[in-house]
Design a binder for this molecule. Structure first.
Ligand code: 2HG
Ligand code: ZN
Length: 462
């Protein structure tokens, strides 16, 4: 039964047209992009200012109704959607918090709303001759707030770090409705606990991010991409080391396999990039103020790779064509089934051994399934996608994450823990660390209002 008093309060705060209660209008806010996670919400609310977020959080807390913050809903671990059980939350959609501040070219910073879409921010920074350091395939829908909540990574972490490294300061609403704001852009500011950084990667469990002061980087004038075929992962990993040593400005090094590439070609009707298939592919890109094409070509030759195993692209259209084989993987996988998605890191030195190990681990518990692996090789970050087991069958989750722990890896590299991995947090965090995280959660959200069930599964609140 919807809480009429709460709905009335929310309508007063954001306006009736921004409190969405009809089932079909709520639906897109209730299920995640993968289709694996979700649950009913009381309503979806679209505030347009931090003070509306604050009032909304206070109203939810007063009614003991949880608050789930949501951006572009491109998350892959169920961290931005309601859970299947418990009191249906209010989804606070950040999409109208879309203010783009003027780029401060001296400081190389910009202040933006949490609902700004990455592609719009990229365009905005580009118009000022600068660039956003973080980039990934979901750029057309993912929002700044979600990128902060998950500490998003993407394709340029090897050059610029993840979202955390771009955050100078945040404005956010705490569980009791108070607002904290660090948007002055001071890069040197040692005045105690860094609350902004505490919120990066906190997955909506400690506060609702409403705005961010972000660092920008120099925009590249030239970029060259190359797709190179290899016989195995060991050669591909070694190639990244050589290429980084030989060419300045390598800012992406993506690994994919023949099975994944074929899937993309089938789903999207693309021709294969090379005359003959290879077991593993590396997609590298170098960018900078000067043209690095010759340096990259020389470095590839230095690797001893046969010319017919390389496709090089120097213009935007050619680079887009090569990147499609990599960036369409996620959609190609989801086109046929709801996958179990594992975003993990292992030490780079163990990456080659991890791939067959995880494939055999999956085969032990699930037969006839499709396993597609790809990832950001320089970070040791692999995306293991398993299609076949039903969404709520967690046997595969158990063996994949167990294998990651056995390899000394992390069960989440860049997507977060969300609802998907909360049960397995202990594989990557010690009891002492989990206890400290729970203490922080209890201190900032004693009523357990913000995103219950995400990140810290078995939290008992006061
Ligand atoms: C990527 O690297 C994203 O493209 C999504 O992190 C990964 O779909 C995935 O598993
Ligand atoms: Zn990724």
């Amino acid at each position: 039964v919807p809480d009429e008093r709460l709905l009335h309060e929310l309508r007063e705060i954001v306006g009736a047209e921004h409190v969405l209660t009809e089932a079909d209008v709520r639906a897109p806010f209730e299920r995640d992009w993968t289709g694996r996670f979700g649950g009913p919400c009381t309503c979806a609310v679209r505030p347009s200012a931090a003070r509306e977020v604050a009032a909304g959080v206070r109203a939810g807390a007063g009614a003991h109704v949880p608050i789930v913050a949501q951006g572009g809903n491109t998350g892959l671990v169920g961290g931005g959607v309601p859970g299947p059980s418990g009191r249906p939350p209010v989804v606070l959609s950040a999409t109208r918090l879309d203010g783009l501040g003027e780029v401060d070219a001296d400081a190389r910073q910009v202040t933006v709303g949490a609902g700004v879409v990455l592609a719009d921010l990229q365009e905005h920074a580009g118009a000022a001759g600068l660039a956003v350091a973080v980039d990934f395939a979901a750029r057309g829908s993912a929002t700044v707030g979600g990128m902060i909540a998950t500490n998003a990574g993407g394709i340029h972490v090897m050059a610029h770090g993840s979202m955390r490294a771009q955050v100078v300061g945040l404005e956010a609403v705490l569980a009791d409705g108070t607002t904290i704001s660090r948007l002055s852009g001071l890069t040197k500011d040692n005045t105690g606990y860094d609350l902004s950084q505490l919120l990066v990667g906190s997955e909506g469990t400690l506060a609702v991010v409403t705005a961010a002061r972000l660092r920008l980087v120099e925009a590249a004038v030239h970029a060259t991409a190359a797709l190179i075929g290899f016989d195995d992962v060991t050669d591909a990993v070694a190639a990244v080391r050589t290429l980084r040593g030989d060419v300045t400005g390598i800012h992406a090094a993506e690994l994919l396999f023949d099975g994944g590439l074929r899937l993309v070609c089938e789903q999207f009707g693309l021709a294969p990039p090379l005359p003959r298939p290879a077991a593993a592919y590396l997609l590298v890109e170098a960018a900078g103020r000067t043209d690095v094409t010759d340096a990259l070509a020389a470095a590839i030759e230095h690797l001893g790779v046969a010319p017919e195993r390389t496709a090089v692209a120097v213009d935007a259209a050619g680079r887009h064509r090569l990147w499609q084989y990599r960036e369409l993987l996620t959609s190609a996988i989801s086109a046929t089934a709801v996958p179990h998605k594992f975003d993990v890191t292992v030490p780079v030195s163990r990456l080659a051994a991890f791939v067959p190990a995880v494939e055999s681990a999956v085969a032990r518990v699930a037969g006839g399934v499709q396993v597609v692996v790809f990832g950001h090789v320089a970070d040791g970050n692999l995306h293991v996608n398993v299609s076949g087991p039903p969404p709520d069958d967690e046997a595969v989750d158990d063996v994949v994450l167990g294998e990651v722990a056995r390899f000394g890896g992390s069960i989440s590299a860049e997507h977060g823990i969300g609802r998907a991995k909360a049960r397995w947090l202990h594989l990557s965090r010690s009891p002492a660390e989990i206890a400290a995280m729970q203490a922080i959660k209890r201190a900032l959200d004693p009523g357990g209002v913000l995103n219950p069930g995400v990140l810290l599964a078995d939290l008992t609140t006061s």
